[in-house]
Design a protein around this ligand. Structure first.
Ligand SMILES: [Zn+2]
Length: 149
């Protein structure tokens, strides 16, 4: 849900929640007139939306909707913007060292190039891990059912 400041042609102002930024604004609850979004006030400090961080960007085939061209183009635009921003403000770039391992014990804290391996393994091993996976009972009651048929 996204909150928007909305104003109708009669001048009533209210806040509307939209599921996506592409949704139309609802009619005015007071007079029923059509409404439009009120442009967000421009901050005097000149702060801009930094957009999604690298961690929030998709890194899987599924994350880019299986290569959907429009999704890829959209993300490409955001990534290009982010790169320009990080060039200007390197502190926003975060840890850019290559990830060497991100599965198993490193699922919560990826191992990056330059990390002390033993320290990272100990840290990952003693950290509260994902609850143990319940092994399925292999005593085959399901199989027996099929045999009975
Ligand atoms: Zn109104």
């Amino acid at each position: 849900m996204i909150f928007y400041d909305v104003k109708c042609s009669g001048g009533h102002r209210f806040e509307a929640t939209l599921k996506s930024m592409f949704d139309d604004t609802p009619p005015c609850p007071q007079c029923g007139a059509a409404t439009g979004r009120v442009p967000a006030a421009v901050g005097l400090s000149g702060s801009a939306d930094p957009g999604p961080s690298r961690e929030q960007m998709p890194n899987t085939w599924h994350g880019i909707r299986r290569g959907d061209p429009e999704t890829v183009r959209g993300w490409h635009g955001l990534i290009s913007k982010r790169e320009k921003l990080e060039e200007k403000y390197p502190e926003l770039a975060g840890d850019r060292r290559p990830v060497l391992a991100h599965e198993g014990v490193f699922a919560n804290a990826p191992l990056r190039a330059g990390d002390p391996l033993a320290g990272k393994v100990a840290e990952a091993t003693f950290a509260p891990a994902v609850p143990p996976r319940v092994e399925r009972d292999q005593t085959k009651p399901q199989l027996r059912k099929e045999v009975d048929k």
